[in-house]
Design a protein around this ligand. Structure first.
Ligand SMILES: *Cc1c(COP(=O)(O)O)cnc(C)c1O
Length: 368
């Protein structure tokens, strides 16, 4: 009871005013970048944010030139993997304004991931204001033009130099940004994975933890060797129910119903694109359900041609249409995605919103 009361008081306390130290670069690399040949995640803008947590509090917050950092070889992130991240984008509008999409949701999710991995939570002022200040300083790095954006990568790592197994007492929160073009806009071939698992019930699948990515590389590589782009993960217990596709959430249109696997088992990463698409579909009056989806049901829908659309949902590509699904050695082809009405409609709507071309009914957009 006492703990609960203390927690309430703590939650009501206004954010401490963090003193952002700002050190600007004296030689910008902006002119060296070919904005017509951007690859995802290869070049980084001039500045980065770095905040340090120790002795129970966030002590320093800096925006500084993008640079290499020194770590103790005993830093616990290298040994026990307390590392989580987020991903969002800044877009430039036709009039040159810079917009970001639902950063409050990234903050909430990062802190949910932090709690699951026993890490220090990042205050709103450092996360949201920090991102806005950083992008403001690097505003010339936000590319304009179709499909281009500034990818924003906030991440949190543990860096106590101690080899005992326990939650770290020291953390670094950083944000780096990278100008990017839509890195893949065609359709993908996916394979339903029946052996390996991305996440299990009781595990960390709902946290955006680096470890989930490490676990996914080998099975994804095997699928790529067999000619697929990505996997559709299934539940770890029976490999009967689909979960996600690669690093995106999944949506299917079976008959006239939109279906996406429910988040109940905590094995699926709760995507912000997914949540936004569910909200839009409901608002537009589509029949949409979040529930368990069996691989058998997909096979049946493929056989009787009722699987009308299937796509991944996530910040990187917004929507990645699926053109082929491999299930237990049989490859099933889907119809040409250019004719899918929901996937194209929702993609255009979300991309329009992010560029300020579509009315923002849900107040999802924030200006920098
Ligand atoms: C980040 C991520 C997603 C997509 O989340 P968005 O917030 O929509 O970008 C989906 N699945 C996994 C495993 C992820 O890490």
């Amino acid at each position: 009871m006492l703990n609960f009361a203390v927690h309430l008081i703590a939650a009501k306390m206004p954010d401490k005013n963090y003193d952002f130290k700002i050190e600007k670069t004296t030689h910008s690399r902006l002119k060296e970048i070919d904005f017509d040949a951007l690859q995802f995640g290869r070049v980084f803008s001039d500045h980065m944010l770095l905040a340090e947590f120790e002795e129970g509090e966030w002590k320093s917050v800096k925006i500084q030139p993008y640079q290499e950092l020194a770590f103790s070889p005993a830093s616990c992130v290298f040994h026990y993997g307390q590392a989580i991240f987020e991903g969002l984008k800044a877009h430039k509008t036709a009039s040159g304004e810079i917009l970001i999409f639902r950063p409050d949701q990234n903050l909430e999710r990062m802190n949910k991931s932090a709690r699951r991995l026993c890490m220090a939570e990042v205050p709103e002022e450092i996360f949201i204001d920090g991102i806005k200040k950083l992008i403001d300083i690097d505003r010339n790095w936000v590319p304009d033009g179709d499909g281009k954006s500034l990818y924003i990568r906030p991440f949190l790592i543990a860096d106590d130099d101690f080899l005992g197994v326990k939650p770290s007492a020291k953390y670094k929160f950083m944000v780096i940004t990278s100008p990017t073009a839509n890195y893949y806009s065609g359709a993908v071939k996916v394979k339903v994975e029946r052996t390996y698992s991305r996440a299990c019930e009781g595990g960390i699948g709902a946290a955006k933890a680096a470890a989930n990515y490490a676990a996914s590389l080998y099975p994804a590589q095997q699928a790529q060797k067999a000619g697929y782009h990505q996997l559709i993960w299934t539940d770890a217990k029976e490999h009967k129910f689909i979960e996600e596709s690669g690093t995106m959430n999944l949506m299917l249109r079976i008959g006239d119903q939109l279906v996406t696997p429910s988040l109940d088992a905590q094995t699926i990463l709760p995507g912000i694109t997914r949540a936004s698409i569910v909200a839009l579909a409901k608002n537009w009056g589509y029949d949409i359900v979040e529930r368990k989806v069996a691989v058998d049901e997909i096979v049946e829908a493929l056989n009787n041609k009722t699987l009308k659309e299937a796509f991944g949902m996530g910040t990187a590509a917004t929507i990645a249409p699926i053109e082929l699904i491999g299930i237990d050695g049989v490859d099933y082809e889907l119809s040409d995605f250019h004719n899918w009405d929901f996937a194209n409609k929702v993609k255009n709507h979300l991309e329009g919103l992010k560029r300020g071309k579509v009315a923002d009914e849900f107040n999802w957009i924030q200006k920098v």
